[in-house]
Design a protein around this ligand. Structure first.
Ligand SMILES: Nc1ncnc2c1ncn2[C@@H]1O[C@H](COP(=O)(O)OP(=O)(O)O)[C@@H](O)[C@H]1O
Ligand SMILES: [Mg+2]
Length: 416
């Protein structure tokens, strides 16, 4: 049996990672600065399945690999995924202990002598104080412990011999929305980063990852932290990148493909990495002749669509028959792959009064309206895929083609 390289439930391996070049370059360029002692941190946000963890995995690979073409980075990196209800203290303690796996034992020994009870038997331990401290005092004590650990650690790894020498530290924390005291995080990180910077030990980067709601909570706790943290919003992939995900996987599975089928049906993924993986998986499963063509696409789409439409979307869109103004608006939003203004929706649906439909669509959870600029998007990319699969045959016959030409195929991508 041929192997199936696509899997929507695991994190893609580095060799099958596709696209996202602008994001990678933007972050790698900043990491080159961190290497020189100028701290820089990031909050990577976006909805579930948009590719945050996959991007982080690639960045970690680049940051550790010392590839001359990608900045020659050689950082000490930890990755930790927060569980629901965890406090930032326990998350950071675990992150530090992740780092120790890659620290040489002479360095650990030296650190142990300097850090006393903070590093015992090769394990970091923070936040152990007497109960009579007030909670603000505890927060400050934790911060000072972290500063003490990190400054000693950075100093040591920077001054190791030749090939053991590191550029600094990158702490990656995924699923930030799970952290209980997220509103206390920004101030904590800002204090740490600033102090290390002043001590000329600014070789540190935090890469935080989570939903947009987590980003909001994070900066609500300390708006000034925006100076230390770049917000990086991950959106759907442009068409060419979406195709690249599939062709890399096809090559890995050693199957050939009909390019015309790929060009036509790629639209059904909405550029959403989770959907691309799901469809890719089903394409490989349905194919019997090692050649992915229209028949495989139609089977895979039919199979995936029934699964999706059975889920929560029945209340939001009539998948079985009658097309009303509501479906037309949702079709337009699905085909666009990006937020649209009311005027644009009106133009492409040819419905004059789109306003009358929007409150109900929002209430049912089908759309989200951006409070700042009034643009409208579908509630989720999974919903988008369910709609696109439903209308792909009509699109082939010309439905909404003007919109797709103007908005999607020209690669006009919405960036945050
Ligand atoms: N650039 C990419 N190239 C190939 N596959 C990707 C890419 N980004 C994400 N994926 C795949 O899409 C799925 C969802 O991505 P993931 O990183 O888990 O999303 P998130 O962390 O935002 O929830 C995973 O199977 C992942 O491997
Ligand atoms: Mg993830």
């Amino acid at each position: 049996m041929k192997s199936n390289p696509f899997n929507p439930n695991s994190v893609v391996s580095t060799n099958l990672f596709a696209g996202r070049k602008d994001y990678v370059l933007r972050i790698v360029r900043k990491l080159e600065q961190v290497k020189k002692g100028m701290p820089s941190s990031f909050f990577l946000f976006g909805e579930r399945g948009i590719g945050k963890t996959a991007l982080a995995k690639l960045l970690i690979y680049i940051a550790e690999t010392n590839d001359a073409q990608l900045g020659g980075l050689n950082f000490l990196v930890s990755y930790y995924s927060a569980d629901k209800g965890q406090s930032i203290n326990t998350v950071l303690q675990s992150s530090l202990n992740e780092l120790t796996d890659n620290i040489s034992s002479p360095v650990l020994e030296k650190l142990g002598k300097r850090l006393g009870s903070l590093l015992k038997n090769g394990k970091f331990s923070i936040g152990a104080f007497s109960f009579d401290l007030k909670s603000e005092e505890k927060t400050i004590a934790v911060r000072d412990q972290l500063i003490s650990i990190l400054s000693n650690l950075i100093e040591e790894i920077k001054s190791e011999e030749n090939d053991k020498k590191k550029d600094g530290i990158i702490v990656v924390i995924d699923e930030m929305q799970n952290i209980d005291d997220i509103e206390a995080c920004a101030q904590l990180f800002r204090g740490i980063i600033t102090t290390l910077d002043v001590k000329n030990l600014g070789n540190i980067s935090f890469l935080l990852i989570g939903y947009e709601s987590a980003l909001d909570d994070f900066f609500k706790g300390d708006p000034s932290a925006r100076r230390q943290f770049d917000s990086v919003g991950l959106g759907v992939m442009p068409i060419e990148e979406s195709k690249e995900v599939l062709t890399k996987g096809f090559n890995e599975a050693k199957v050939k493909w009909d390019q015309a089928s790929l060009d036509k049906y790629i639209l059904t993924t909405g550029g959403y990495p989770h959907s691309i993986q799901l469809l890719g998986h089903n394409l490989i499963e349905f194919d019997i002749d090692d050649f992915i063509n229209d028949i495989d696409w139609e089977n895979a789409i039919k199979h995936t669509a029934t699964e999706l439409q059975k889920k929560d979307f029945a209340e939001m869109y009539n998948f079985s028959g009658k097309i009303s103004g509501r479906e037309k608006i949702l079709d337009v939003l699905a085909a666009a792959w990006q937020p649209l203004s009311r005027q644009e929706i009106s133009k492409y649906t040819e419905i004059k009064n789109v306003y009358q439909y929007l409150p109900d669509l929002e209430k049912r959870g089908a759309i989200k309206i951006n409070q700042e600029n009034g643009t409208i998007v579908l509630h989720s990319n999974l919903f988008r895929m369910a709609i696109l699969m439903r209308i792909i045959d009509k699109i082939k016959d010309g439905y909404l083609n003007a919109l797709i030409k103007e908005k999607v195929e020209n690669g006009k991508e919405e960036k945050t």
